[in-house]
Design a protein around this ligand. Structure first.
Ligand SMILES: CC(C)(COP(=O)(O)OP(=O)(O)OC[C@H]1O[C@@H](n2cnc3c(N)ncnc32)[C@H](O)[C@@H]1OP(=O)(O)O)[C@@H](O)C(=O)NCCC(=O)NCCS
Length: 149
């Protein structure tokens, strides 16, 4: 496993939805969800981005990871979590996810939920989430709901 850039060279930022960095995050989402996973444009784009908090990981001036938080009444919902393919399995995703949990807690959010692709469930379990309910297809990919409460 190569790790050419140390974690200290990484910056995790909250970015406004109408910004250059958010646009780079949306480009990364298209790369990962549409081109890599075959999700349709209609399934990747919804009208919720403008209501979400967007986080990005910047490395050497490029957005290499992103996710969004949707503040629902029942919980803060984490979604659209993507790491550039060439940088996976180097903890980029774990660091962004941990920073996101911290941000939600700082904002008074105790209850956090997400919809996990079933082969990602173990990742979220390491952060204290547990799956519940039936498996279902979303954008042609098997998912299960998870929460930390
Ligand atoms: C899911 C995703 C965001 C995770 O990002 P990532 O940067 O690869 O995550 P991490 O490196 O922190 O962890 C990934 C795995 O590598 C393992 N890993 C990380 N560093 C490691 C190391 N140094 N040695 C061995 N294993 C390591 C982790 O334990 C983890 O194992 P898991 O597959 O059981 O979860 C990324 O795979 C991705 O973008 N996938 C495509 C989009 C997607 O599926 N999004 C989530 C939908 S629910």
């Amino acid at each position: 496993m190569t790790n050419p850039v140390p974690p200290s060279a990484e910056t995790i930022l909250v970015v406004p939805v109408y910004s250059q960095l958010a646009n780079l995050a949306f480009a990364l989402r298209r790369e990962v969800f549409m081109r890599e996973q075959g999700v349709s444009h209609a399934d990747e784009y919804d009208d919720k981005d403008k209501d979400c908090t967007h986080l990005v990981t910047v490395r050497e001036g490029e957005v290499v990871a992103t996710l969004r938080i949707l503040w629902l009444p029942e919980h803060a919902k984490i979604g659209r979590f993507a790491v550039r393919q060439s940088l996976r399995n180097q903890r980029v995703g774990s660091r962004l996810f941990a920073a996101t949990l911290e941000l939600i807690r700082q904002n008074g959010g105790e209850h956090i939920g997400l919809e996990a692709q079933v082969d990602r469930i173990a990742f979220y379990e390491r952060f204290g989430f547990h799956a519940y309910g039936e498996e279902y297809l979303d954008a042609g990919i098997l998912h299960r709901r998870m929460k930390n409460y």
